[in-house]
Design a protein around this ligand. Structure first.
Ligand code: MN
Ligand code: MN
Length: 297
């Protein structure tokens, strides 16, 4: 498939699954069921997950993903981020929305959206990434909120979710690289109350993993390593996905072995430092001659 067509197809599917799923999220629903329904819908559309679905509650900004048999439910009065990644033949769409169950925080949802809109209006070939960061920061400030300064948008490449060195900051003053026509970026502003610190810090391990390096492990662990390598390549994956293929205590032992020998490593959850409530909005875009095409509308 032509790369542009694959990007558009991934975007169309990610947007459809995002919109169908966010509608159904309510307090009391199990997070693992949300993660699983996203997987099912993406598969039904003939695409694959580019990373495990993140369902992040309140001050958790990123990287909460259900472990196998997760009992956690959506709390009352919460701020819920749903972040979905889809790929078609390695071409990725990354998109997120926030649903608010406490009207006190609705302005944060609006602020994150305003930041994203401003970035989409600003991005074009020839400008530096920090110009987009300033536009995001101004839009979020204009809604009475504050951006998270140490989370950024990121350049996407085939089978790569985060291209190192090519981020889209959510504040001014960072990002000296120049945007080029044909680049593909995920833009993702995060908004917190003014009273919050506006930075994230590492929390507990998530259930999101990345294959680090092929190593000399034996038996079940070796079979599992080969499965992970062929199935997920350079993309993040959920422990839940692997442990459903390799069931029971044998599977758990093999996964522990891969972690211990650093064949796989986990991402930490990212928490707002002062436990401020966090809203997020995210689209993926292809940079065009005079602006951008949003793939995840
Ligand atoms: Mn995302
Ligand atoms: Mn992203």
């Amino acid at each position: 498939m032509d790369p542009l067509d694959a990007l558009r197809e991934a975007g169309r599917i990610a947007a459809k699954v995002r919109d169908n799923t966010i509608k159904e999220i309510e307090p009391g629903i199990k997070i693992v069921d949300i993660c699983d329904v996203v997987n099912r819908r993406v598969a039904e559309q003939g695409a694959k997950m580019a990373f495990p679905t993140n369902v992040d509650i309140n001050h958790v900004a990123a990287h909460y993903c259900s472990p196998i048999n997760d009992k956690t439910v959506i709390p009352e009065k919460s701020l819920v981020k749903l972040d979905i990644g889809v790929h078609v033949d390695g071409y990725i769409a990354d998109t997120a929305v926030t649903k608010c169950f406490d009207s006190e925080y609705e302005y944060l949802v609006e602020a994150a959206k305003a930041g994203l809109d401003a970035a989409i209006q600003t991005i074009r070939p020839g400008i530096k990434a920090n110009v987009i960061g300033s536009a995001i920061e101004n839009a979020i400030n204009g809604k009475g909120a504050r951006p998270i300064s140490n989370l950024t948008g990121h350049k996407l490449a085939r089978y790569v979710v985060h291209c190192p060195g090519y981020s889209i900051p959510n504040v001014g003053g960072f990002g000296s690289h120049t945007i080029q026509e044909g680049d593909v970026y995920a833009i993702e502003p995060f908004a917190v109350p003014r009273s919050a610190n506006g930075q994230v810090t590492d929390g507990p391990p998530s259930n999101i993993y990345l294959m680090q390096k092929k190593r000399n492990v034996k038996g079940r662990a070796k079979i599992m390593m080969k499965f992970i390598q062929s199935e997920y390549k350079t993309l993040p994956f959920a422990s839940r996905w692997v442990l459903r293929k390799f069931k029971g205590s044998e599977g758990e032992a093999a996964f522990k072995e891969l972690l211990k020998s650093k064949v796989v490593t986990s991402y930490p959850q990212l928490l707002e430092r002062t436990r401020g409530m966090v809203a997020q909005a995210e689209h993926s875009v292809i940079v065009t001659e005079d602006g951008c095409e949003v793939t995840t509308v």
